[in-house]
Write a protein that binds this ligand. Sequence first.
Ligand code: MEV
Length: 326
Amino acid sequence: MVKASAPGKCILFGEHAVVYGQPALACSISQRMTIELEVEETFDKWRIDGRTFNPKKHPHIDFLRKQLPPTEEQPIHIRIRGSIPKASGLGSSAALSVALCGALQQLRGADLNPMQASELSHRAEASAQGGRASPMDTATSSFGGFVVLSDTIEGDLEYLGVRTMDVEGTTLQWHLHTFNTEIPEGVALVIGNTGVHGSTSAMVKQVANLLLENPQRSVELETIGAIARRGIQALKEGNMEAVGQAMTENHMVLRSLGVSSPELERLIRAAAPSSLGVKLTGAGGGGCMIALTMNPEETVGAIEMEGGRAFITHFNEPGLAIEDIT
Ligand code: MEV
């Protein structure tokens, strides 16, 4: 039996603009997905949480088990546990794929390989979604901590590698980076979930249509890119007031692009007075918002008063990890 886990993520800066090559920053969160793999002695088919595995229902799991087939012929029982809310922009599906890669690597007797897990999971996510998916979620889940994506190599950050993907005849390319920073004592991140499912592909399409009709609005994406660079620099320097300020500015541009929602705005308004900065996180249209705060309990209370589900998360959570081998 092997057991591996991987964290979810939230985007601090740059969602949507990253699709057009602007820099973006994500960080791992405390909530994780755990995968347990056990070689079956008494069953002759792969199972998932006690039921016969159906590849059509779990296309990314099917993709990954074919990429990293166990060395033994015997079928495997996959158990999935986790505390990341589904379809809320926190990368639950990427974390599941990454944890599965780690567990399959262990089962094959190989070392844990976050770069391979990041690459295979990205391909699995893209193939299951039938096209475009940035490697933001899978890279953050694999490496943990802070991950910066950019279409150029950012010289002042630690370089992790490049991901390329052919989509509809064009080759997309993302450079992945990380950095270490000391987060000042007492600063926390609160996540507020609207409970409304936002569709990433629909929101990405909405922005694409807006730009098609009004090409001059690409200036807003450049503004997000500039805010992201400033926010990343402030985070590296541990200047959390400036990080919060940049988050709020980033949100205002996202709102003007039309990707916020009345539910997100309600939670953001409630969290703002007790926070250093607030913004939606992920594709928007629903899903989650985040607040950078020195008063996490107060911020959680304010979000819950408005009907959101809120929880505190920590920075620098580890990426892909082995939990148990027996
Ligand atoms: C979704 O979590 C983030 C977006 O920027 C889409 C992407 O990066 O692929 C909206």
